[in-house]
Design a protein around this ligand. Structure first.
Ligand code: GLP
Length: 241
């Protein structure tokens, strides 16, 4: 894995946005794999500005998000669909019908997972996947214990993830306990991966991902077997390396 250590959150966001913009410029039909959470917000802000100021064109691209909470309708203020609309989709020229986020309130969730996996395959696979990392080393919502051969499925969130994500909800009781998430195999199927981490709270997970053994107990460590991963971390997130 290629490791890039930058000074702070701002630099991390700029570097990541630059890589995405280069990819979309080189291949206008890029299939983007996108992530949510606090970490990529700055990267999306930079991408919006690259689109608005420098004309980076997303009109032929498409996107697949990693995950969505089970039970939240897409218009729910805390759904990942809403997050993506607000942080990115509303501000760039990626056609709405080319943006894909799992439907967390589908009546038949199993069918939804299958459909999502097939849609990724039909698009020719993901060209560049953006990832954050959970404090416990999760990627997407692949919590510790997620096996290498997992594909898009319904997963249970761990207590630590529910607690970490409670900051976005009015109370912890409102945080969904399940999500639809791409699996480890789905993520490893991406041609390129960029993983972002910022802040001291991520230092332990970053060190286990890069320097620890490859184990499902730290799902991000399974990225060690992927041939094209760039990890962009700020100094605080790199502090345990
Ligand atoms: C969430 C998301 C992940 C994200 C992680 C870290 O649960 N499902 O995709 O990477 O947690 O979030 P944050 O960037 O807010 O620390």
């Amino acid at each position: 894995m290629k490791l890039v250590i930058v000074k702070d959150y701002n630099d991390m966001s700029k570097q990541a946005a630059k890589l995405i913009a280069e990819e979309v410029t080189r291949n206008p039909k890029t299939v983007l794999g996108l992530a949510t959470g606090g970490t990529p917000v700055g990267m999306y802000r930079e991408l919006v500005s690259l689109h608005q100021q420098e004309g980076v064109d997303f009109s032929q691209a498409q996107s697949f998000n990693l995950d969505e909470y089970v039970g939240l309708p897409s218009h729910h203020p805390q759904s990942y669909r809403t997050y993506m609309n607000e942080n990115l989709f509303a501000h760039i020229n990626l056609p709405a019908e080319k943006t894909h986020v799992p439907q967390g309130d589908a009546v038949d969730l199993e069918a939804e997972c299958k459909r999502y996996e097939q849609a990724i395959a039909q698009a020719g696979g993901i060209d560049i996947q953006v990832l954050g990392i959970g404090n416990n080393g999760h990627i997407g919502f692949n919590e510790p214990g997620s096996a290498k051969d997992t594909t898009t499925r319904v997963v249970a969130l761990t207590q630590s993830t529910i607690e970490a994500n409670a900051r976005y909800f009015d109370s912890i009781q409102e945080v969904p306990t399940q999500a639809v998430s791409m699996g480890i195999q789905t993520i490893l199927g991406a041609k390129k991966i960029i993983l972002l981490a910022s802040g001291e709270a991520k230092a332990q997970a970053v060190s286990q991902m890069l320097e620890g053994e490859m184990t499902a107990d730290v799902p991000a460590s399974l990225l060690q077997q992927h041939p094209n991963v760039t990890v962009i971390v700020d100094e605080e997130a790199a502090s345990a390396l």
